[in-house]
Design a protein around this ligand. Structure first.
Ligand code: ADP
Ligand code: MG
Ligand code: MG
Length: 476
C-alpha cells in the first residue's frame, strides 16, 4: 500500500475552475520570471514558463525544520572535508584512477597545492537535497551539492505564485503555511560577502556559464539581486572557453578577463565532462584555480561534493573526525541512508551481490552532477554485471533507494495542453552559505529552500528535462 500525503486543498478541482486558475498561473509564472529558454524552440529573445506544480506540496513541518536546522552543521562538515587533503586523497584514490573527470579535477587540486594556494578563502553555496522516507517518515539526504547549485532564484519567486493560486481558489487562510524563502537574497549576499572580502572596489563577479544557458531566468535573478543589493558590484558572464582565451593572471595572480579584475568566480558550469570540450577548457579551470579570485566552489569544495565522498562520510567513525559535538554527529547520521562502496575487494563484492539480488532497493551512482546519470531498477543488474570484474566499479557507489510518500497535485508544463493530475513525489532542497579558509569560518548560514516535484513513476525529476517541476512547500 502506497502512503499518501494529504494535499493542501481538496482535490480534484472543478474542471472549469482548474482551466481558469492554471491559465492565470501560467501567465503569472511567465510575467514574474518562473521561466527558462525553450530547448525545442530556442531563442535568445524569448522564454517559456518553467514546469511547475499548480499548488504547493504538503511537507511535514518537523522534518522541514530538521533539514533547516542541520544545514549549518552540514556546511561545517563540507568545509572541513574540503580542507582535509589526506581524507580527499585517500577517499578518492581508487575513483580517480578510473574516472577520468574526477581524476582531472583532482590533478588540478594537486597542482595548486604544489604551487601553494593563492586564495585561501572559499565560498560555498550549498544545497542539501532530501526525500521523506516512508518507513520512518523522516528526511533522508539524497546528496549535497557544492557546485552550480541552482533554482534558488526561480524557486523564491514561485512561492508568490503559489500564494496567488491559493488566493484565487479561495484559500487565503492557508497562506500562513508557506514559509518565507530567502534563498535568492541569501545566496546573492553570500557572493557579495566574498566580493567584500576580496576588497577591490572595481573588481567584478564572474558568472561562469554554459555555452547555451537554458536556465537563464534563475541565473539572471542572481545577477539582478546582486545589483539591487550593491549597485557598485558588476557581474559578467563568460564560458570556460571564453575564460581560456580572455583570462590572464597578473604578477600577483589576480585574475583579469578582458581587462576586468575578478573578485569571485561563481560556477554555473564546469561540473560536467561535456562542458570541457578540449584541453582549452581544462586550462581555463586551472587558471582560475591558480588565481587570487575567490572561487565558488574552489576545486576542493567541488571534490568534497562528489558522491564518493558522500559515501565515505557514511562509514562508521568518519563523521566524528569532522564534527566536534556528538549531538551533531547523531543528527547528521540520522539523515543518511545506506551508502555502499563498490571498490574492489570483499566488502564491495558483497554490496554488488546485494544490489543484483534486489536492484529495486538501490540506486547506482557515478561521479556526476546535473541529473540523468544514475542507474535504476533492472538496469542496475546489467551495469553491475558489466563492471564487476573491472576496476571501473570503483567509479560508482551504491545507495539505498528512498521511498517518498505520494501526493496528488497538478503539474503544468509547456508541452502539455492541460494540467497533469497524478501521483507525485517531492524532493526538498536546503540552501546553505559558508565562507572561510582552512583556519576560520567567517560566515555559516541557512538561507532558504526549494522543492522539486516529479511524477512518482519517474526515476529522476530534472526540471528542464524529465518529469520534474518547480514546487514550494506547504507545511503541516
Ligand atoms: P545529481 O547530482 O545528478 O542531481 P542525485 O544523487 O541527486 O544526482 O540523483 C538524481 C536524482 O535521482 C535525485 O534528484 C532523485 O530524484 C533520484 N535519486 C537519487 N538518489 C536517490 C535515492 N537514494 N533514492 C531515491 N531517489 C534517488
Ligand atoms: Mg541531485
Ligand atoms: Mg548533484
Amino acid at each position: 500500500m502506497a502512503t499518501y500525503m494529504k494535499p493542501c486543498v481538496p482535490l480534484p478541482i472543478d474542471a472549469k475552475v482548474l482551466e481558469d486558475v492554471s491559465e492565470k498561473a501560467k501567465d503569472w509564472a511567465l510575467m514574474h520570471g518562473v521561466a527558462m529558454r525553450s530547448k525545442q524552440n530556442f531563442s535568445k529573445d524569448s522564454v517559456t514558463f518553467a514546469p511547475f506544480l499548480l499548488l504547493p506540496s504538503t511537507f511535514p513541518r518537523p522534518e522541514f525544520e530538521r533539514a533547516v536546522n542541520i544545514q549549518t552543521v552540514l556546511n561545517t562538515l563540507v568545509h572541513r572535508v574540503a580542507h582535509d587533503f589526506e581524507f580527499l586523497r585517500s577517499s578518492l584514490s581508487n575513483t580517480i584512477k578510473v574516472d577520468d573527470f574526477t581524476g582531472r579535477l583532482f590533478s588540478i587540486y594537486e597542482k595548486v597545492l604544489e604551487e601553494g594556494i593563492t586564495q585561501g578563502i572559499s565560498l560555498g553555496l550549498l544545497r542539501s537535497d532530501y526525500f521523506i522516507d516512508v518507513p520512518q517518515f523522516a528526511v533522508k539526504q539524497v546528496e549535497i551539492n557544492t557546485v552550480a547549485t541552482s533554482l534558488a532564484g526561480v524557486s523564491t519567486v514561485l512561492v508568490d505564485c503559489h500564494r496567488f493560486t491559493l488566493t484565487e481558489l479561495g484559500h487565503r487562510d492557508k497562506l500562513k503555511n508557506l514559509p518565507e524563502n530567502g534563498a535568492l537574497a541569501g545566496l546573492s549576499n553570500g557572493m557579495l560577502k566574498a566580493w567584500e572580502i576580496y576588497d577591490r572596489p572595481t573588481a567584478a563577479i564572474l558568472f561562469l556559464v554554459e555555452d547555451v544557458t537554458f536556465n537563464i531566468c534563475d541565473q539572471r535573478f542572481h545577477e539582478f539581486e546582486i545589483q539591487k543589493l550593491n549597485p557598485d558590484v558588476r557581474t559578467i558572464r563568460k564560458t570556460l572557453t571564453e575564460v581560456a582565451f580572455q583570462g590572464t593572471l597578473d604578477s600577483e595572480k589576480r585574475l583579469f578577463i578582458d581587462g576586468v579584475e575578478i573578485a569571485l568566480v561563481y560556477f554555473r558550469s564546469g561540473y560536467s565532462p561535456d562542458q570541457y570540450h578540449t584541453n582549452t577548457e581544462w586550462n581555463a579551470r586551472l587558471l582560475m584555480e591558480r588565481s587570487r579570485a575567490i572561487k565558488c566552489p574552489s576545486i576542493y569544495y567541488h571534490l568534497a561534493g562528489t558522491k564518493k565522498i558522500q559515501q565515505e562520510l557514511a562509514r562508521p567513525g568518519v563523521l566524528e573526525k569532522f564534527l566536534d559535538d556528538p549531538a551533531d554527529v547523531c543528527a547528521v547520521r540520522r539523515i543518511f541512508t545506506g551508502l555502499y562502496s563498490l571498490d574492489q575487494g570483499e566488502a564491495g563484492d558483497k554490496s554488488i551481490e546485494m544490489a543484483i539480488e534486489n536492484p529495486r532497493k538501490y540506486v547506482l551512482k557515478p561521479q556526476r552532477e546535473g541529473g540523468g546519470n544514475n542507474v535504476y531498477d533492472e538496469e542496475i543488474k546489467d551495469q553491475l554485471e558489466k563492471i564487476r570484474n573491472t576496476p571501473e566499479r570503483d567509479a560508482w557507489i551504491l545507495m539505498e533507494k528512498i521511498q517518498p510518500p505520494l501526493q496528488k497535485n497538478y503539474m503544468i508544463r509547456p508541452a502539455l495542453s492541460e494540467p497533469l493530475y497524478t501521483d507525485f513525489v517531492s524532493e526538498l532542497g536546503i540552501y546553505g552559505v559558508i565562507i572561510g579558509d582552512a583556519e576560520t569560518i567567517i560566515e555559516n548560514k541557512y538561507v532558504g529552500h526549494m522543492l522539486r516535484t516529479k511524477v512518482s513513476s519517474a526515476n529522476e525529476g530534472g526540471v528542464a528535462a524529465g518529469w520534474g517541476a518547480l514546487d514550494s512547500v506547504y507545511l503541516v
